[in-house]
Design a protein around this ligand. Structure first.
Ligand code: LLP
Length: 419
């Protein structure tokens, strides 16, 4: 019999007992539900950068998704989980604006298709004698995102091939002997429906410029989730309407090229953000002038989004037994790091704000919600803090999918030379 666990859909007290805090929790059923929701697309390509734990990739694979990879490391993750780069719908595609030696080696050895973001990538593949299928990421000249740091289109963005240069890049690829087979656009993360749908028209223009051989188009990622709850929540993106716009574009492109064209989507956050929680302990409660602070055992070394983007995460506070706590007071929630910016309640620009939370004492649990995307994946060892454990909740069972890092593992690569 499970203990009651307040408003949380899992037993945070048991999680803290078994794995300690801070600790990441992902709910498998939520990831599967989100993948199913976008499965109207011919391929759901999970942007694994959002949450690249091998177990999460395995969950995505079982649910029918394929993945993208932005580095040699992510290619190796995909291969390890069994994604086949040579499958008719490639299990993994390399998407980046540069290639390094490690990536070139892997791409050549395993035949990983490449989504090029610069003309130089084609030359570097060709120099090594690599001839994998190529799609081109196009910068359509505009972009949008939840923060200026995640806008990936327009003249100030380093991403993709500038739309006016597309015909030249495609021609060069053909001249070098590549199978030039697809187009890809990703304008930014956490975009709204209106901006996302503007990409369809840009894709149709790009398809006209691409010429023969176009077999696949990708709508990119960027699908938003609502980080705010209750009255402040933004409505869920209408996936059916989003797909409908893309499907109509795909059909117009098919009549242009005269054969079927497959349609991919490439979400990161949409698939995993809401599955994930960062469970922390309150280690100090103090008053600075009129402000109450809760200081946690997790900081921006764990979840950097509030410090980096001013991103909002819903917060709940629970007793050590996991129960919900009553009452409310304005609180600043901060971490343990020797950095004033180590604050979870802040807005873009670093403006510290308060959150109305129940009065709490040391030892109580504080949970940051919707932390499955760009949470653990962006963690660091700053202040020599170990990476937290990651746990998958699978049918009510907690499965450790990454144990907490040890201090020895942090120091292992360092050497003191003869001094
Ligand atoms: N495709 C490409 C080529 C991308 O660069 C990205 C994200 C995605 C797909 C997935 O975007 P999503 O669906 O997750 O919005 N760290 C930031 C987000 C940076 C995203 C980088 N690229 C955050 O925490 O909000």
């Amino acid at each position: 019999m499970e203990r009651p666990h307040g408003s949380l859909p899992f037993d945070a007290a048991r999680l803290a007992d078994e794995f300690g805090t801070p600790c990441w929790l992902y709910r498998r059923s939520v990831i599967e539900r989100r993948i199913a929701e976008v499965s109207c697309f011919d391929a759901v390509r999970f942007a694994q950068k959002a949450c690249s734990n091998l177990a999460v990739l395995a969950v995505a694979k079982k649910a029918g998704a394929v993945v993208d990879a932005v580095s040699a490391g992510e290619v190796v993750r995909a291969l390890r989980v069994g994604f086949d780069p040579k499958a008719p719908v490639p299990g993994v595609v390399y998407t980046a604006d540069i290639l390094d030696d490690a990536a070139l080696d892997l791409i050549g050895r395993h035949g990983v298709p490449v989504n090029v973001g610069s003309a130089d990538m084609l030359e570097q593949l060709a120099e090594r004698g690599i001839r994998v299928p190529i799609t081109v990421r196009v910068n359509p000249g505009f972009g949008h995102g939840h923060s200026s740091k995640v806008n990936t289109g327009g003249e100030l963005s380093k991403h993709g091939v500038w739309h006016e240069q597309l015909p030249a890049v495609v021609a060069r690829g053909r001249e070098l002997g590549f199978d030039m087979c697809g187009l890809h656009m990703h304008i930014g993360s956490g975009s709204d429906f209106e901006h996302l749908s503007q990409v369809c028209a840009a894709m149709e223009r790009a398809a006209a410029d691409f010429g023969p051989g176009l077999r696949t188009i990708s709508a990119g990622g960027g699908l938003p989730v609502s980080y705010r709850k209750g009255a402040e929540a933004t409505p869920r993106i209408d996936v059916a309407a989003y797909y409908g716009l893309w499907d109509a574009s795909r059909k117009r492109i098919e009549s242009l090229v005269g054969h079927p064209v497959s349609l991919e989507v490439e979400p990161g956050r949409y698939l995993v953000a809401e599955s994930g929680y960062l469970v922390t302990s309150i280690r100090a409660v103090k008053k600075q002038g009129k402000n109450v602070f809760y200081l946690l055992d997790a900081g921006f070394t764990d979840l950097v989004r509030p410090s980096f983007y001013g991103a909002y995460h819903h917060i709940t506070v629970h007793g050590r037994d996991g129960s919900d706590l009553p009452g409310s007071q304005p609180v600043i929630v901060a971490g343990p790091l020797c950095e004033s910016g180590d604050v979870f309640t802040q807005e873009e620009g670093g403006f510290v704000t308060t959150r109305d939370l129940p009065p709490a004492k040391t030892g109580d649990l504080l949970v940051l919600h919707d932390a499955g995307a760009y949470g653990a994946a962006m963690s660091s060892n700053y202040n020599s803090r170990p990476l937290a454990a990651e746990v998958l909740e699978d049918g009510g069972v907690f499965k450790e999918i990454r144990r907490r890092q040890t201090l020895e593992e942090i120091f292992r690569l360092e050497r003191i030379p003869e001094l």
